[in-house]
Every structure is written in C-alpha cells, then in structure tokens.
Design a protein around this ligand. Structure first.
Ligand code: GLN
Ligand code: ZN
Length: 769
C-alpha cells in the first residue's frame, strides 16, 4: 500500500509567492527573485511531504500563476497576439507567461490577457486555453522536466503531474468557428509523447494524468477521445506507470469507460462521492489496476475521520489486496489553506475548534497516518494519532459550540408559508408603486461605493488598537453621510449607504453570526496572486443581534429619498465559506436563510422599505452534473425565498447577481421572485438580457449599463444606447438603471463622472417614454 499526494499549495505558508510576484509586476524586484522564491517553495513542499511519509510526491503541481496556463505554455498554445511581447522581451519566458495571464501594457504594446474562468465547482480560476482552427502544438516550456530534475537533485523521484490531454482540450475555448476542440487531440498527443519521453529519460517512473472531466457528463465523442488518447500513449510507453486521477464528483455514467482505460492506477474522490466505492471495486476486480482512495478532503478544513477512512481502506484491501490500494487526499490540496500551525489567534480560532481542523500540511500527515494504521502492525505513534483523532472528532459530534437546538427546531418547522411572499408580484408591484412612488427607469447602485485606501486604513487602525471603536464609527458615519449627500446631489432615486463598514460581503456577516469563525492565515489561491480567506462555518447558525440596521437606519435618517438596505444572501454566504461536513449543505443554508430573514424583518421595522439580498454565487453553486441541478436549485431558491419572505407586500426586495449566464436556469431565477433583480449585462452589450425577454420574465430588472471592472468612464450616449437595446426587448415599466456591480474597487473621480452620466441617461429615457 502506498500513499500519494495529488498537489500541494504553491502560494507558500506566508503567501511568499504572491508577494514576490506582485513586487515583480510593480517593477520592484527582479525576475531572478521570483524564480528563487518559487524554487524555495517547491523544495520546502517536496521535503516536507517526504518527511511526512508520502510515497508518491507530485512535481509540476507548482505554478507561478496557474497550472492550466503552464500547460498552454508547455504545449506552445500561445495566441499570436503575444508574438510581439516575445520579440520585445527577448527570451524571458516568465514575461511572456505573465503577459498571457494579465495582459501586457508596456513599451508601446497593449495586449489583452487571456480569459479566466472557474475551475470546475471550486473558487480557483484558471486561464482558459485559446484554440484556433489551424491550432498546432509544440513543446515550448521545459518547466515540467526542469522541476522533475530539480527534485531529483534533492534525492526525490517525483511523480510529474500533467493535465490529461482530453481534460486540457475540454478546458479550452474555440476562438473561431469551423472546428471542434476535441478534434485537436491528434495534434496534441505528439507533444505529450515528447514530454513523456523526456521525463522517462530523466528517470520518471510514474505520471499523474489529471482528468477531472471524467467526473462530468461526456458526449460519445469525448468518451472515444479518452479511449484513443490513453491507448496511444500506453502503446508508446509500455513501462511508464500511468496514474489517472478523477475528482470533484463520482465517475457515474463514465465508470465503465474509466475502468477500461489502460492505466496502472485510478484515483477516485471518496469525499465528494463515497457511494461510488462498491461499483468501482467491482469494475476493477477483474483488472490489475490499483485504486487510489481519495479519503482526506482536499476541499475543506475538517480533520479526517480515521475510523470511517479505515473502514473504507479495509473494504478496498479485502477486495483488491494490499498492493492494489493507495491512500490519498480527495483532490489536489491547492484548495486547502496551507498550515494550521500558523494560526495563533486563540480568540477567534479557539483551541476547541482548532483541534477539529486540518489544513494542507496536516492533511499530508493524515494520509501517512492512515497508511500506518491500515497496516498489519501500526506503530505506537500511529496508534496515538488514532486515539487523538477519535477524541477530537468525538468532541466535535457533541460540542455545545456546534449544536443549538433552538436553531435546529426552527429549521424543522419551516413550512411553505415561510418561503411565500404574502401576495403575488402583480399585487405587490401596485402596493410598492403606491408607497415608493418611483419614476420609470429608476436609478440606483449595487451597494458599495469606493473602498479607498483611507477607508481600509481605518479598519486596520481599529484592529491594531490605534483608534477606538467610537473613532472608527465616526469616520464611517462621515463617509456614509458624504456618500448619501452626494447621491442626493446628482439625483439618484434609490440611495445606498455605501458599505464602508464592511471588509468583505461574506466576512462582515460571518463575524456577526453565531456558528462562524475566522483564520489569520487560512489563505487559498483564487487566481494568480489573488488569495481568499473563507470563513469557517463550524456550528448551527444564528443571529444574536441585528447586523446592518444601525448603518442603514442612520443613512436613511440623512435623506428623504429611499435608502436601500444591503444584505448578502444565504447561498452566497454558504458558497464562499468553508462549510461544516456533519450535515447537508442545504441544512446549513436554511439556517443562514433564517438569520438573514430576521435581518430583513428588522430592517423593515426600522423603516427600510427597499432591501437588496445579493446572491452573486447562486449560479456557481450548480452541481457539476446536470442530473443534480434540480435538487440544488430547489433548496437554493427556497433559501433565498425564506430570507426574503418575512416582509409586507409594499416592501420591495431586490437581488443582485454578477454573472448573468442564466439560459439554463431562468425559470429558477424567476422562482426566486425578487421584486427587482440587478444583473451584469454591459460587457455583453445587453445580450444577456435576451434570455429574460424570451422567458417573458415578469418582475423588474436592472440590467447593468456600465462595466465597473474598468476605470474607464462611460458617456451618456453609450448608456442610452444600451438602455434602448434593453427597451427593445423589455417593457419600460420593468426597467431599472444601475451599474453592473458594486463600486468598491473604483476611485471616487471616475465613480462621480460615471454615475452623473448614468442619471442623465435615465432621464433621457424617461423623457422618451
Ligand atoms: N452589494 C455588493 C457590492 O456592491 C455586491 C457585490 C457583488 O455582487 N459581488 O459590493
Ligand atoms: Zn455584483
């Protein structure tokens, strides 16, 4: 029995990689420095895994920005627009690489970056490979062989990790018509052959092929591509051991295909899909394939439950024999924070909670411990670890920190009336119109106003104790007042308070809810140098006190116009946190929904009659397999409705979503029954609105009229142009006017100019109704 790891965080335990890359981009440090930091991180990671007892240690899991982009560079899939960058820069591969990731604006060149998108259902973003009709591939970057050699110098024969050829192609995007990306396989395979030859010559014995698409729905053609690819590679490399990894979902309908592929080992995710074990064991029984059990959760922060894992290992061993079973994390550990030992704040992460957790460094040890414990004669140390594991997990099951019977009871008592508004939308609309008296093409914003360095510095000072809470509150109050007055001045119809008191739209709520806690250093890579620190939901969620009423009511007191209350929705809070694994996600979501509902009701009681519940993450929560969508959408939509339905008919509920590809879920969006939905549409020139039009979406819509991701100030005509496009498909009486998203990342100057133009555009529209 062997242990393997699929990938280790590359940001460094103190985010060293982020710091050096950002320094390099700012021209503050040289490229050699970047390479050195990278090398040190790789060395630390390899040696640590070796010491911890991992038998098969990955290489090429490291990346300076993104591992998918590494592959595009390795395969020479470099869009032509970067040719000039290559020429300008001579032969500095790193500059070309960063240009592809981030665009290039220097020395008179202006080249846009490649597109970025989410890595399956994680919060990691990868750089999308671009494919053209005449796409050819050639070995370009030698990173994978260099890193294999680097580890070999340290005395470690690593297992190089490659994204498998089919997954690589499926991750990409056809940038012109006339071909299908999957047909590029025949051009791509020769590069794999060249790489494998080189690795084999250097002494590599095993190759890890990551093929997560094997856990998704595949077409017949894609299935065939899998057969062809692995048959061909197998034929050329009869001696190299192929490890095929799948994760994030069950093999499901692909199980027979996968079992038939000529590989030496197959890895499956038993955290996400434990139910697939029996079927896979049966399928592998007649073969010689090794089964790698993905037992330690690579996507969450909880300690493994050794007892459960040991039962699974035993079952697999009984069926396949000792030498055909490996132990591993469920997926690459890049989705976990790095090291629990860097958590020192006992006030937020109390010793009681901390003992339930394992970050990447601890997960590696868990894998090794499981191997010892599953052996015939576990050592004393392993037995101690088992006892410790059972003790901690035992406490977690019964801890009063986690269990709140009042919350559990309340969730049980949820009935249909809790997710129904009092009346249907048509009647609500009349009542809201009578009360709110808003003009056609009502103008509003999505919530946040610029979070300037100054605003952020107040928070930092408060944290350090350099200013008192009272001083901080005064600063926030002044900034809020300034923002309210300014919105009045330019004549926006529905005002917001600006969200200056919030660090982050999830953290702000998590900090005030029971059942949440936070880390100091629990950073996880989101994209490139960008890391996030998700809150941890460890227990039943409840709301001890009102969370936003104070600032919303204060802002309302400053104006006679309507002030919009601003909340984050239950699905988004769930989606952007580490979630407990001892109950279904849907259950946790219902608890959050009730807490938000109470906040909505309190806001209403405080005189806030327009309340926005942001749900930008509802779409990204969609399961990977379409068959599972309905169940998810059912509880997710319900959770939103629970949070929104405690109010009177004349209280107007808004929701907001940033990404607006709603084609396949428009019915569910309509089922959310928000009185007003604001969405991102400007970058698609209102095209994303068509699905609402085709559906005859009945409620009100605010299609974003300008892109807030860029500092560029749009002019009035651009916005009226977009609004007229909107008017062509949606009736006037349904349309609102607002930017695409919050203005948090923008500066004041451009914000003022843009919003002034936006109000003028709305007035122009009104005048022509
Ligand atoms: N209300 C939030 C803001 O304006 C919404 C952010 C989001 O959609 N991601 O910042
Ligand atoms: Zn948004």
């Amino acid at each position: 029995m062997l242990t393997q790891n699929l990938g280790y965080p590359r940001i460094g335990s103190q985010r060293e990689l982020k710091k050096v890359c950002e320094g390099y981009w700012a021209g503050k440090t040289g490229h050699k420095n970047v390479l050195t930091v990278g090398k040190n991180i790789r060395h630390d990671n390899w040696l640590m895994q070796k010491e911890a007892g991992i038998d098969l240690i990955p290489s090429n899991d490291f990346s300076y920005y993104d591992h998918v982009l590494d592959h595009s560079l390795m395969f020479g899939a470099i869009p032509k627009r970067y040719n000039e960058v290559i020429l300008k820069q001579g032969k500095e591969e790193l500059d070309l690489y960063f240009a592809m990731a981030r665009g290039y604006q220097k020395d008179g060149l202006d080249v846009v970056a490649m597109e970025m998108t989410k890595w399956f259902d994680t919060n990691y973003h990868y750089i999308v490979p671009e494919f053209y009709k005449d796409q050819s591939f050639r070995l370009f970057s030698a990173k994978i062989t260099n890193e294999f050699y680097e580890a070999k110098q340290l005395g470690i024969i690593t297992k190089p990790v490659l994204i498998g050829p089919v997954t690589y192609l499926l991750l990409g995007k056809e940038k012109e018509s006339g071909f299908e990306k999957i047909d590029l396989l025949k051009n791509l395979l020769p590069v794999y052959e060249e790489i494998l030859t080189k690795l084999q010559d250097l002494g590599a014995e095993r190759i890890q092929f990551d093929e997560p698409f094997l856990s998704l729905d595949l077409t017949e053609k894609e299935q065939q591509a899998y057969r062809d690819a692995y048959k061909q590679l197998r034929k050329i490399f009869p001696r190299l051991k192929f490890i095929l990894t799948t994760y994030f979902e069950k093999l499901g309908s692909n199980a027979e295909l996968v079992a038939s592929l000529p590989v030496d080992a197959l890895h499956i995710d038993l955290v996400r899909a434990p139910q697939q074990l029996n079927e896979v064991l049966e399928l592998l029984l007649p073969t010689k394939t090794i089964l790698s059990l993905g037992l330690v959760d690579g996507r969450n922060i909880w300690k493994n439950d050794f007892e459960t894992s040991l039962n699974i290992i035993k079952k697999a061993k009984d069926r396949l024999g000792d030498d055909r079973v490996w132990i591993a994390p469920s997926c690459s550990l890049i989705h976990s924070p790095v090291d629990l030992r860097n958590e020192h704040n006992a006030e937020t992460l109390t010793p009681e909670i901390k003992q339930w957790l394992a970050f990447a460094r601890q997960k590696v040890t868990e894998v090794a411990s499981l191997k010892s414990l599953a052996s015939d004669s576990p050592g004393v140390r392993a037995q101690y670890q088992l006892a410790e594991n059972q003790y901690a997990n035992g406490l977690r099951k019964t801890s009063s920190l986690i269990h709140n019977n009042a919350v559990k009871e309340r969730v049980k008592k949820i009935t249909e009336s809790d997710w129904q508004r009092l009346s249907a939308f048509t009647l609500r609309k009349q009542k809201q119109q009578a009360l709110l008296n808003l003009p056609l093409y009502t103008t509003t914003t999505i919530g946040s106003f610029p979070q300037t360095a100054e605003v952020r510095s107040w928070r930092a000072q408060l944290k350090k104790g350099a200013i008192t809470q009272a001083q901080y509150d005064l600063y926030i109050a002044r900034e809020t007042e300034k923002t309210v007055k300014w919105q009045e001045e330019i004549d926006i119809d529905v005002l917001v308070h600006g969200e200056f008191e919030r660090n982050d739209m999830v953290e702000y709520f998590g900090e005030q809810l029971q059942g949440f806690t936070f880390t100091q250093n629990g950073w996880v890579q989101s994209y490139g140098s960008r890391c996030v620190k998700p809150p941890i939901i460890y227990g039943d969620v409840s709301r001890p006190d009102a969370m936003t009423v104070r600032w919303s009511a204060y802002a309302q007191s400053l104006t006679d116009k309507w002030m919009k209350g601003m909340l984050t929705g239950p699905v988004t809070i769930l989606q952007w946190s580490f979630v407990r694994n001892d109950q279904p996600r849907s259950e946790t979501c219902s608890q959050i929904a009730l807490a938000i509902r109470d906040e909505v009701v309190d806001l209403e009681a405080a005189g806030i009659k327009i309340i926005q519940i942001d749900e930008p993450a509802i779409r990204e929560g969609l399961p990977l397999r379409q068959a599972d969508w309905a169940a998810y959408l059912d509880w997710a939509v319900k959770a939103f409705r629970i949070s929104a339905s405690g109010v009177q008919d004349d209280t107007q509920i808004h929701t907001h979503m940033c990404y607006s590809e709603f084609n396949d879920i428009i019915q569910n969006i309509a089922d959310m029954d928000a009185d007003v939905i604001t969405i991102e549409t400007s970058r698609s020139q209102m095209e994303l609105l068509d699905v609402f039009a085709d559906f005859k979406y009945p409620n009100e819509i605010g299609p974003g009229v300008y892109d807030i991701h860029s500092p560029r100030v749009p002019n009035r005509d651009e916005m009226t142009y977009l609004l007229k496009k909107a008017r062509a498909v949606i009736p006037d009486a349904q349309l609102w006017v607002n930017p695409d998203c919050g203005l948090k990342t923008r500066g004041w100057d451009e914000t003022k100019l843009a919003l002034t133009e936006m109000v003028a555009a709305a007035k122009e529209m009104r005048a022509t109704v």
